[in-house]
Every structure is written in C-alpha cells, then in structure tokens.
Ligand binder design. Structure first.
Ligand SMILES: NC(=O)c1ccc[n+]([C@@H]2O[C@H](COP(=O)([O-])OP(=O)(O)OC[C@H]3O[C@@H](n4cnc5c(N)ncnc54)[C@H](OP(=O)(O)O)[C@@H]3O)[C@@H](O)[C@H]2O)c1
Length: 253
C-alpha cells in the first residue's frame, strides 16, 4: 500500500511521470508533481489526480540546475508541512530525463554534457538533497531504460548516462539501507510518449518495428510504466532494493 504516503515525481507534466503520478495517487499517495517548463501539463496532472479523488500540487524544478536543489528542497518540505502536516517525503521517483541521439561522429560536447548533466548529475544531486528528508521506510525509484541491456546505433551516450544511474542506484542502496530506505531502477522499454520527438507513438514504421521485436507485440504505454513504478513503491515490495526491473513487455529479448 502507498496509502497516506507522500510522493514526489520528478517530470510529471506528461508521459511516464504523469502515468506514475496518477498510479501512485490511485493507490492513495499524495503527490507532488514537478515540471521543468510545462506548468500547464503539470497542472493537468494534478487536475486528473483531484478528479479521481486524490490530492497533489505542482512545483517547478530543472534538475540540470543543481544550484537550485537546496532551495527547492527547503520549499518542498515547507509546503508538504503546510498542506499535509508532514515533515518528510516517502517516495521519490527520479523520472526526469532527456534523450538526445546521435552516432559516434555526431555527438557534440554540448549534447554529451546535456545528457550526463540531466540524466546522471541531476538525478544524483537531487537524491543527495532529498535523502535527509526521507523517513525510515522511504523509497527511491530511478527511471532508466531497456537500452542499458540491448543496444541500438546512436544511443551510446544516452544509454551510458542511464547505465550510470543503475549503478548509482545499487551503490546507494548500501549507503541508504541502514536507514531503511530502498532504492531501485525501473527500465522502461520503448513507450508511446513525447520522448524522442514522439517517435515511438507517432511513427508507424518505427512503432511496427519495435512491436515486432517485443514479446508482447507492441510498444508500452505511460500508464503501464507508472503502474509498475507504483507497485515497486508499495509495501508488497518492501524487501526489494538495489534491483533493476525492466518494464518493456519483453523488448529485444
Ligand atoms: N518513452 C520511452 O520510450 C522511454 C523508454 C525508456 C526510458 N524512458 C525514460 O523515462 C523517463 C520519462 O520519459 P518520457 O517518455 O515520459 O519523456 P517525456 O514525455 O519527454 O517527459 C519528460 C518529463 O521530464 C521532464 N524533464 C525533462 N528534463 C527535465 C529537467 N532537466 N528537469 C526536470 N524535469 C525535466 C519534462 O518536463 P517538461 O514537460 O516541463 O519539459 C517531462 O515532464 C525519462 O527518464 C526517459 O529517459 C523513456
């Protein structure tokens, strides 16, 4: 159960983050929905939560701006206290991520830094900022990708940034375990969202190719990834830490 828990979902204005926020709310969690630019999208996620009888609010955060993380965390804890009389956040979902793709000769230092800066550096320093505010029994879920298991041309830096997130999840499980905090990575397969210009959702040829390479015969949906993340956050999974769980319908087996 995630009932009465407080969850913070990073990048929940759309896509997998929104699916996760809704799935957590459906299981009774109160949800803080963050966005980088799309305030409207985040407000839409909160409206969906409220329409379903849940509770949540939005907050802006760019995890690429690590100087802002201290102030973000202090404000978050104040707002959570004022709204829900709580002093901690039980569930942190590090879903925010960017995908920039290019073959070896096409990758620039700017692209490389953006990928590592958001997907790895931002994720690490947000965990560092929030860890003191997670209670015993807290949980962190970092969103990776099935591309850390199978390979595809043009994805080297993106996949490496996510592989690093998987390794830091395992490593931090040892550091956070004594406080009863568990940390896992969820690795979605190709999913129909805005990601990569919406290619997995809007390009019928690519979608068909990926579907043919997937045991369950199609690409994933944001809500399917969100349900798996919410299940992993639940008490039923309380003995699971330091794991990478793929949610890909059996992509490229
Ligand atoms: N879709 C797939 O096929 C797929 C497969 C494997 C893994 N993933 C991973 O799943 C996660 C979510 O992907 P998605 O498909 O839902 O992508 P998406 O539709 O592009 O949504 C990305 C979300 O992350 C937020 N975001 C992006 N950069 C951010 C930053 N620097 N700081 C804070 N928030 C930021 C966006 O906020 P704004 O809306 O405000 O810009 C948005 O809410 C990513 O980590 C991605 O790598 C996706």
């Amino acid at each position: 159960m995630t009932e009465h828990k407080i969850a913070l979902v990073i990048g929940a204005s759309r896509g997998i983050g929104r699916g996760t926020a809704l799935a957590l709310a459906h299981r009774g969690a109160k949800v803080v929905v963050t966005y980088r630019q799309d305030a409207e999208g985040a407000a839409g996620t909160v409206r969906m939560i409220q329409d379903a009888g849940g509770d949540g609010f939005t907050k802006q955060l760019d995890i690429g701006d690590i100087e802002s993380l201290g102030a973000f965390t202090a404000e978050l804890i104040d707002e959570v206290g004022a709204r829900w009389a709580a002093a901690t956040v039980d569930i942190l979902v590090n879903n925010a991520g960017i995908g920039l793709f290019g073959r070896l000769e096409e990758v620039t230092a700017k692209t490389f830094d953006a990928l590592v800066g958001t997907n790895l550096r931002g994720t690490f320093f947000l965990i560092q900022a929030l860890a003191p505010h997670l209670p015993r029994g807290g949980r962190i879920i970092n969103v990776s990708t099935s591309l850390t298991r199978h390979v595809s041309p043009g994805t080297s830096v993106y996949s490496a940034s996510k592989a690093a997130v998987e390794v830091l999840s395992r490593s931090l499980a040892v550091e956070l375990g004594p406080r009863g905090i568990r940390i896992n990575a969820v690795a979605p397969g190709p999913s129909a969202t805005d990601f990569n210009g919406g290619a997995m959702r809007d390009d019928p040829e690519l979608r068909g190719t990926l579907a043919a390479q997937t045991a369950l015969g199609r690409v994933g949906l944001a809500e399917e990834i969100g349900d798996a993340i919410a299940a992993l956050a639940s008490e039923d999974m309380r003995w699971v830490t330091a794991e990478r769980i793929e949610v890909s319908g059996g992509a490229l087996l």
